[in-house]
Design a protein around this ligand. Structure first.
Ligand code: ATP
Ligand code: MG
Length: 551
């Protein structure tokens, strides 16, 4: 894969590993720390790309660490899915797969160390009181427990761990600076009591470390040199540094923040994505309309398209919303080169070539890709009865219509030129069959006399094709920003985000398509065989042909 484009993070790293820098002579070591409480989405793909891509660029290492310090809603299902998605994107953590919960004992010891140094204390303010005593820019925070004897805090903290107190009864707080202009430094909570079962440590613990305390310790234990995270942690960096500076550990990871990725017409928080799944608005985390990695994969996205997208949007310090169309643009770019061409008729009507022998079948060799002869050719068969798109015939043509109408000639792609002679309609006036005559001199779709034929249409042999279901997707939400302000994102679900066409006809060879195999259906777009419903042919439209994205 290509090397990640340069960005400000790399400039920082360059300084750090240069002679005299903090990590001179050391291997660059990053980590990706997902919380296993949902599936990964395209925003995570950006973080994965930044974490793994940066390590790759510097010939360093990147750990995969489940940030499972919070016992709520975490599940092994998510852990497995996260690993699968990262591997699919093409990144590798080697044997460096960790769980933050594996460090609980060490975190506890570091907390005890801080208490012994007079840098942490057990506080008995309730959550509500703590908010009340938080102070403001001109008033410091306060806690009557701040100066309790070290021995007393040590004893209470031990009893907190042993389960003597109920949830919320007390906390362990760092003793830093009650009047700090950065409220994260106003004696932040390091541990809280939570009598909850943890998916890995079971009931061993009833106190859990807060993110701001746990994360720097996890990074330091693993020898992370650069802890790359999103912008919302910027104001937490002084606390991050405070923790590693005050515990007995000899490494000092450097936290660097970058902008979160937002995309319009979708939601990206795991909580909201989970709501869509649990309330049945979509068909699972891997619904092709979801911005999850597994959803995009099922939709037909390639790892290359996603990596190229995350690289091209760049890494900066300014949060911004990227157009969904740009993600699609990146997919089109990839599939245009790599997808095999095929013909599929989405809304079929029969075309009968009345002067073509009843029992004859011909075969045409057609290239799989117009610009890549190495992708080979395939055989398509032709007979007296074909399927064409219903929209490729008009009994009374509108202006500039160049496809089939009585008296007009069109090219049946790669086969023959035919002239339309009429149609048959049912009692409701619906066209059920179209008629045409072919010109035997035009085999392959060429006109030996050089006459102009404007329209070219795709088709399949009605006597040698397969039935398929084709699913067309549109934005999940009708507005660009369904979850900003006081909007309830569920009010903006697009009722037409999925259209199922269940009477499609495709080239027979597509029966042998493999799940996730991608095709360009001529004139229709890029499609891939569904990876879930494999008992019949179901194709998902990955993206249309037309690029609406404007730079
Ligand atoms: P969400 O709000 O979607 O639940 P999160 O930040 O809580 O996301 P985590 O599992 O904690 O999810 O995220 C793992 C890593 O991915 C973190 O380092 C986080 O900063 C990063 N990340 C999450 N969302 C985005 C995003 N939209 N853009 C870039 N990085 C992201
Ligand atoms: Mg999180």
């Amino acid at each position: 894969m290509e090397v990640m484009s340069g960005n400000f993070i790399h400039s920082f790293i360059d300084e750090d590993i240069a002679e005299g820098g903090a990590y001179y002579g050391k291997k660059v070591h990053t980590r990706f720390p997902p919380e296993p409480n949902g599936y990964l989405h395209i925003g995570h793909a950006k973080a994965i790309f930044v974490d793994f891509g940066t390590a790759e660029k510097y010939n360093g290492l990147c750990n995969l660490r489940m940030d499972d310090t919070n016992p709520t809603k975490e599940d092994v299902e998510y852990v497995d899915a996260i690993k699968e998605d990262i591997r699919w994107l093409g990144f590798d953590w080697g044997d460096r797969f960790y769980f933050a919960s594996d460090y609980f004992e060490q975190m506890y010891d570091y907390a005890v160390e801080l208490i012994k140094k007079g840098l942490a204390y057990v506080c008995e303010l309730t959550g509500e009181q703590m908010r009340e005593y938080r102070g403001d820019l001109s008033t410091p925070a306060k806690s009557p427990y701040r100066d309790r004897p070290i021995e007393e805090s040590l004893d209470l903290f031990k009893r907190m761990r042993e389960g003597e107190f109920e949830d919320g009864r007390m906390t362990l707080r760092a003793k830093i600076d009650l009047s700090s202009g950065n409220f994260n430094m106003r004696d932040p909570v390091l541990y809280r009591i939570n009598h909850m079962h943890h998916h890995r440590t079971g009931d061993k613990w009833c106190i859990y470390p807060m993110y701001d305390f746990a994360h720097p310790i996890e990074d330091a234990i693993e020898g992370i040199t650069h802890s790359l995270c999103t912008l919302e942690f910027e104001a937490h960096r002084p606390l991050y540094d405070w923790v590693v500076d005050n515990i007995s550990i000899n490494v000092k990871p450097r936290q660097i923040e970058f902008a979160r990725l937002g995309i319009n017409n979708t939601v990206m928080s795991k909580r909201k994505l989970r709501a869509l799944v649990e309330e049945g608005y979509v068909d699972g985390w891997d619904d092709p309309r979801m911005p999850t990695i597994c959803g995009l994969r099922r939709r037909g996205y390639t790892p290359k398209a996603i990596r190229s997208f995350t690289d091209q949007i760049g890494v900066s310090k300014v949060n911004s919303i990227v157009e969904y169309g740009f993600l699609e643009h990146c997919l089109r770019d990839d599939l245009n080169e790599t997808a095999t061409r095929a013909m599929a008729v989405l809304d079929p009507v029969k075309l009968v070539i009345t002067n073509y022998p009843e029992d004859k079948t011909e075969e045409f060799e057609v290239e799989n890709h117009p610009n890549h002869p190495e992708m080979g050719t395939r055989t398509v068969s032709f007979s007296r009865e074909l399927y064409i798109e219903a929209t490729d015939f008009m009994e009374e043509p509108i202006k500039k219509y160049q496809r089939l109408y009585p008296g007009n000639e069109v090219r049946i792609k790669s086969a023959y030129i035919v002239k339309c002679t009429g149609c048959k309609k049912d009692d409701n006036g619906k066209v059920v069959e179209v008629y045409a005559e072919y010109d035997p001199e035009t085999r392959g779709g060429n006109t030996p006399d050089g006459r102009k034929v404007r329209g070219t249409i795709h088709w399949v042999n009605a006597r040698d094709c397969a039935d398929a279901e084709i699913r067309l997707y549109d934005n999940l939400f009708t507005v660009p920003d369904p979850d900003t302000g006081d909007k309830n994102f569920l009010d903006y679900l697009n009722p037409d985000s999925l259209v199922v066409l269940d009477n499609c006809k495709v080239e027979n060879r597509l029966k042998d398509a493999k799940p996730e195999e991608r095709f360009q259906f001529m004139r229709q777009g890029y499609f891939c065989l569904d990876n879930k419903e494999t008992d019949r042919l179901v194709f998902n439209r990955s993206v249309s042909l037309k690029d609406s994205f404007k730079k």
